[in-house]
Design a protein around this ligand. Structure first.
Ligand SMILES: Nc1nc2c(c(=O)[nH]1)N=C([C@H](O)[C@@H](O)CO)CN2
Length: 113
């Protein structure tokens, strides 16, 4: 699980948004058989949350999508292909995008538990 991962990137549909960096907040739940790393005590058997966090940050910094939906589907594909995650629930929030709301964002669930 990863909660509140802050990623700075260019994100948004308006012209002014293509000129600035904004912060996204990411919450992520992922299915993984934790009995294997618990038995081996080896991070190589675990879903390394540091590596996952770094990959998400790099991916969003490089792709600079317009929509949160595009960002969410791209991150989901990345995690399934690169890390073999078979199920995930992902929330991407864009704080401040709607000033009268505490936060707005998208939530997706992909794969099979
Ligand atoms: N469903 C979405 N609606 C909107 C998005 C989005 O990514 N998904 N983005 C914007 C703008 O970029 C907005 O965040 C600027 O404040 C508007 N609606």
């Amino acid at each position: 699980m990863i909660e509140g991962l802050a990623v700075e990137t260019v994100i948004g549909v308006y012209d002014w948004e293509r000129e600035v960096s904004q912060c996204l907040l990411i919450d992520l739940e992922m299915a993984w058989d934790n009995r294997v790393p618990a038995g081996s005590d080896d991070v190589a058997d675990a879903l390394d949350y540091a590596a996952v966090s770094e990959s998400i940050t790099r991916y969003l910094s490089e792709t600079q999508p317009q929509l949160l939906e595009t960002a969410a589907e791209g991150v989901s594909d990345l995690l399934q292909k690169k890390f073999g995650v078979r199920w995930l629930r992902l929330v991407i929030r864009k704080p401040g995008a709607v000033p009268s709301a505490r936060s707005v964002g998208v939530s997706i669930e992909r794969g099979v538990r």
